[in-house]
Structure formats: C-alpha cells, structure tokens
Ligand binder design. Structure first.
Ligand code: BG6
Length: 484
C-alpha cells in the first residue's frame, strides 16, 4: 500500500509537539516546588553528561507565554506536556502556586487554539515519596499518585480532554531499576519487575479514576514502542523476534489493554526467580481499566537473531525451548537465552547511533492496532541531532525535515491501511534537556541558545524545520504529497 497520489490525514488531526516538565521548565526550586528524584539524581557525580540538570532547563516556567506564541504561529493544534508532581503536591499537600502555573499554561494554550494533552508522570517522582515509601516499590506510592491525579483531574478536567498516564513505563523501570542509569539508581531485576507491577496497578487505577471523574475525557499510557524484526528468515531467528516483541512490547501492552501478563514471560521469570506476586485483587484492578487510546512514542525498532551457537551448545539446548531445558537455576538475564540484538544493515543512524527506521513506524502502528484495536496517538517521534547556528543565526536542519517527512509518509500509509491515529506529537517543540545527554542533543523545532555549561540568554530561534512543519499543518499534511 502506498499513498502515491493522495495523502489523507483525518479532519481535526492533532498536529502537535511534546515536552516533559523536568526537561523544559527549570525553576526547580521555585513556586513551592519540592525536589523530584531527578533533581537529586542529576547531582550524583557521573550520572548525567557534564553534570547537566533541570535547574534552569530552557526556562519554560518563566517563558511559557513566549513559547506558546511560537506554537500558535506554527499552527500547532496540540501540545503535550507533563505536570511536575512535586510542583503540584510538593510534600503531599496541594501547592496552589503549582496549580496556578499549570492553570495559566493550559489557559494560554486554549486561548491560542491549542489542545492541551497532559502527561501525569514523565519520570519525576517527588523525592519525598522515594524517601518515605521507596517510590514505586510501595503501594503507598500508588495511593499518593491517585491523590495527585484526583487533584489535577478536578482542577483541570473542565479544560483538559486528553490525559496520558505514564510516559514510557518500559524505559523508566528498566533504566531506573535494572541499569541504574535513571533514578532510583537501582540494579536489581527482581525489584524492577516488582516495581513495574505496581506501576501497572497505578496506571490501571488512574484510568478507572479518570473514567469515574471525567466521563468525557480520554486517557491512555504513552508507551515506548519499537517493533523487533528477525535478522534472517531462519525459523529460529523468527522465534527470537517473537520473544523479543513479547519482552520489549507486549509485556506492557497486554497488561494495559487486556489486564493480563503474557504467560510465556511469566514462566521465564518464575524459572529465574524474578516472578512477583499478582493477587486476585490486582488482576481485577488490571482487567477493570481500559485505556481510551494507546500513546506510542516511536524512535526506532530492533533486530534480533537466535542466541549464539556457543550459548546454545554450552547449555545443550539446540532445537528446543531453552527455558524448558535450563533447569540448573542459572542466573542469566531473561533475554539471554532467547534473543540477541544486532544492528540492522539497512538502516542509517542518528548522530547518537539510533537507527532511523520510518517504515518501522508503519509496521508498529499496523501491528499494534491489529492486536489491540485501540485508537493510537503518536505522543513522541523525533530526531536528536547536533544543530549549528549559521553566521546569520539560522538553523538549516534539513536532516530533521527529511526525518519527519519520511516518518509522516509512513504514518499516512498506516492510516491508509485503516489504523485510526488521533494525532502526532513531534519530539520536541523547543530544544530541551536530554536526560543523559545534556543540551547538545537537540530535538526541537525551536533552537534554544544555551550549552551544557552556559545558560546564556536562552534565546528562541525557529529552525528551518519549524517553518516546514508550520506549512505542513496549514494544509493538514497535503504538502507531503507535493514534496514526494
Ligand atoms: C523518550 C522520552 O524516551 O525519548 C523523552 O520520553 C526523551 O523524555 C526522548 O527526551 C529522547 O531521549 P534522549 O535520551 O535522546 O533525550
């Protein structure tokens, strides 16, 4: 299927851009805000690039009106942003100044014809909840999350229709509890799976709460999805890709959409003593909640092959399911015997080595929709690159335009194949702080003049891609046809 002659995006398609509080706001100790786990983690030596943090970020907290003017001039239909929980309920109690800030932001968006899409949790848990309860390892944190959500649903529910529960649960649980490269800086897979289960419960409960309090609202998680393909058509590579998709994607999507964990993975975790308790009440909670849409953050997919002959021979496992045979209490990672990641020779890479795979977006959308039958909202997609200012203070980011054009063509292909896509949020509107890569890895349509070390004037300069996206939105994507 291709869209050679006519590219159709639905009427009212939500053309947008996204951000996250910690990455743009700054004002990390202003307006009554308490520290989040990211405020503290970024101060640990060696954890972030050049010790970069969100103290000032790109100062969206003070400059949101200027930023929204730029959004409006760009014809943006929607802006996805997150609330800093530690600004709204710094120490468990409501901070009016925090609510006022987000109220003003939301009002300003609406006054400019921009639909707010609000993410409840983009990784910046209040530090107090980490200290007091152990963060997502405690059911107390679920209760605190519901309290916070209830406050903001009641405060903004009259103006906000679209809500995102958790941003990339797959990313923050694995980086936070497995690889110790995000807070809470833990490297323990048993704890990771337990915390992940509690986040699943929090996700389900907050969806049910939203449906009770705001029957007209639409709510769903934003998941970091990457389709995994086999390296070759060797049947064992195909099996490896099936397992990789289960581990990387369906492990979460099955829970979000059906309230159940894939049995295949549960068996593997049990074998490795990584299983966790799921009570009957938990199952009821998970099954009772159904998202209204699936948010998909798409950057790239993956490629895998069967585990190497050495691994298989060592274990004498060839030609059978390794987990049926591996009864020696071995402690490899769950993925070790199932698949090995390899790079895809057909794909170019970004300056940071991420594969660029626009067709993977079409594949992802079609597969996710076929399996889960929910409308999809692309809540992130973008290119991190080094941008340079010309001598006349311009940024000719043709590479970013190419990236977006190719991805949007594949998005249009998916829509033409019948996938209902509500909207598309590019990542990001302005340049912002990359959690681990500082300010040099730029994603925005709008350049922000600062470096890792020097905050400078934080001047906003629209890039070439800004004008390209503006014109694209004005014609509801038709420009893609003209450019083909
Ligand atoms: C997504 C996150 O995982 O990727 C964003 O939701 C993040 O918050 C984006 O910034 C890009 O990642 P990075 O590491 O390049 O900043």
């Amino acid at each position: 299927m291709n869209t050679e002659n006519a590219i159709q995006f639905p009427e009212g398609f939500l053309w947008g851009a996204a951000s996250a509080a910690y990455q743009v706001e700054g004002a990390s100790a202003e307006g009554g805000k308490a520290p989040s786990i990211w405020d503290n983690f970024s101060q640990l030596p060696g954890k972030t690039k050049n010790g970069t943090d969100g103290k000032v970020a790109v100062d969206h907290y003070h400059r949101f009106r200027e930023d929204i003017q730029l959004m409006a001039k760009m014809n943006l239909k929607t802006y996805r942003f997150s609330l800093a929980w530690s600004r709204v309920l710094p120490n468990g109690e409501v901070n009016q100044e925090g609510l006022d800030f987000y109220g003003a932001l939301i009002d300003e968006l609406i006054a400019n014809g921009i639909e707010p899409v609000v993410t409840l949790y983009h990784w910046d848990l209040p530090q107090a909840l980490q200290d007091e309860y152990g963060g997502w390892e405690s059911r107390e944190t679920i209760q605190a999350f519901l309290k916070y959500a209830e406050v903001v649903f009641k405060e903004f529910g009259d103006r906000v229709r679209y809500w995102v529960t958790f941003n990339e649960q797959n990313v923050f649980t694995s980086l936070g509890y497995r690889w110790a490269s995000h807070p809470p800086n833990v490297s323990d897979m048993k704890r990771m799976y337990q915390a992940n289960h509690l986040v699943n419960l929090a996700n389900a409960e907050v969806i049910s709460l939203c449906h009770r309090l705001l029957p007209d609202a639409l709510i769903g998680p934003s998941f970091g999805y990457g389709e995994v393909v086999p390296e070759t058509c060797h049947p064992q590579d195909v099996v490896a890709a099936m397992d990789a998709n289960l581990f990387n994607n369906d492990w979460w999507l099955e829970v979000y959409c059906r309230g159940t964990y894939p049995q295949r993975i549960m068996n593997v975790l049990k074998q490795l003593d990584l299983d966790f308790e799921v009570t009957a009440a938990d199952t009821a909670t998970l099954k009772a909640a159904k998202p209204d849409f699936l948010g998909i953050n798409y950057y790239h997919g993956g490629t895998v092959r069967r585990p190497s002959a050495t691994v298989m021979n060592e274990k004498n496992l060839e030609m059978t399911d390794p987990y049926l045979m591996a009864a020696d209490g071995q402690k490899e990672t769950p993925e070790h015997l199932l698949f090995q990641s390899v790079s895809n020779p057909y794909l170019a890479k970004t300056d940071w080595g991420w594969e660029i795979d626009p067709v993977g977006l079409q594949i992802a959308l079609r597969n996710v929709y076929e399996k889960y039958q929910l409308p999809i909202f692309i809540t992130e997609n973008g290119l991190g690159a080094f941008d340079t200012l010309t001598s006349t203070d311009e940024i000719d980011d043709d590479y970013r335009i190419t990236f977006y054009r190719e991805h949007l063509l594949e998005l249009a292909n998916a829509i033409a194949c019948g996938v209902p896509v509500i909207g598309y949020c590019a990542w990001s509107f302005t340049d912002l702080l990359s959690w681990l890569n500082g300010y040099e890895k730029r994603y925005g349509f709008v350049y922000v003049d600062r470096t890792d070390e020097d905050v400078r004037e934080l001047k906003r300069i629209p890039k070439k891609s800004y004008f390209w996206y503006r014109d694209l939105i004005a014609k509801n994507g038709q420009q893609l046809t003209e450019e083909k």
